[in-house]
Ligand binder design. Structure first.
Ligand code: G3H
Ligand code: ZN
Length: 283
């Protein structure tokens, strides 16, 4: 059934667990993530990023309709989340599409401007029944800027500032920069667990880990035990899908039916999600 992100995160946080949120780009991603969640028996968040909406010719409705339909038909609870939104108009579309939550990303702005923009987005979201995630500090690797910039010291989230930020914006959850980075294709990120503990101490809302594809299993488990309640995963699915499709096409250079290689890609995504849920949802 379709459920809410806020509900899943609150439930996970109450047990010192986490809900996994997977970025979906195609219908095959949606089918694969839901099949894996059903196989494991874990709830899941399907999230669509603003970049994915741009890829989907700028319209959220078609992929949102597919995700809503898959959620309704699912044997496990599935929530829908709009990820990394900078365009405030897209927030409005999400509310019309069955999404229960949005991540408003103004982390690239100086502190005061991040607060002002996030406050505006949170007020609008709350007036329209949406749960809002925000970001302070900056998890690097967005917009192809390379996976390493999150490791720059200035990018980390400072606990005192984070507490103030949540008070000033009214955000329901906070994406924290603690050493992970977007779009990593190797799993060797090292998290700052002392910083995570300090953030967990000071923060009054659940914390979200971005760029989780680059975080090894044992680090992910520690992060969940340390207070991360939502784990965002995208690139790991791209690696699985693209690798399987490439292998399929290499092995069958004469084939033309897209269903053959899309099925191979979808199977690989299901396997990757089963594995990741085994790590994240089992803590
Ligand atoms: O918001 C999405 C996540 O942060 C995904 O990051 O693609 O590096 O796993 P990732
Ligand atoms: Zn992210």
């Amino acid at each position: 059934p379709l459920t809410t992100t806020g509900g899943l995160v609150a439930e996970a946080a109450a047990h010192r667990g986490a809900v996994a949120a997977f970025n979906v780009i195609t219908l095959e991603h949606i089918e694969a993530v839901v099949a894996a969640a059903e196989a494991v028996g874990a709830p899941v968040v399907l999230q669509v990023s603003e970049n994915a909406v741009k890829f989907r010719t700028g319209r959220l409705h078609p992929i949102a309709a597919a995700a809503v339909s898959a959620a309704h038909a699912s044997a496990v609870p599935v929530a829908l989340h709009l990820d990394h939104v900078k365009d405030e108009a897209l927030l409005r579309e999400a509310a019309d599409c069955g999404f229960s939550s949005v991540m408003f990303d103004a982390a690239h702005l100086p502190y005061r401007e991040n607060v002002a923009a996030t406050r505006r987005a949170a007020d609008w979201a709350h007036a329209n029944g949406l749960w809002l995630e925000a970001e302070l500090g900056e998890v690097g690797g967005k917009d192809g800027r390379g996976p390493l910039d999150a490791h720059a010291p200035g990018a980390r989230t400072e606990p005192g500032e984070a507490r103030r930020f949540v008070e000033e914006t009214g955000a329901d959850a906070l994406a924290v920069a603690v050493g992970s980075s977007h779009a990593m294709t190797s799993r060797d990120a090292v998290l700052d667990h002392a910083l995570l503990a300090a953030l967990h101490d000071r923060l009054q809302v659940p914390m979200v880990l971005h760029g989780s594809s680059g975080v090894p299993d044992d680090e992910l488990r520690r992060a969940v035990l340390g207070g991360i309640s939502k784990v965002n995963i995208g690139t790991a699915l791209s690696i699985a899908m693209t690798g399987a499709i490439r292998a399929h096409l290499d092995a069958d250079p004469e084939g033309v039916d897209p269903r053959r290689y899309l099925a191979a890609g979808r199977r690989a995504v299901t396997e990757a999600v089963v594995q990741l849920l085994g790590t994240v949802a089992a803590v």
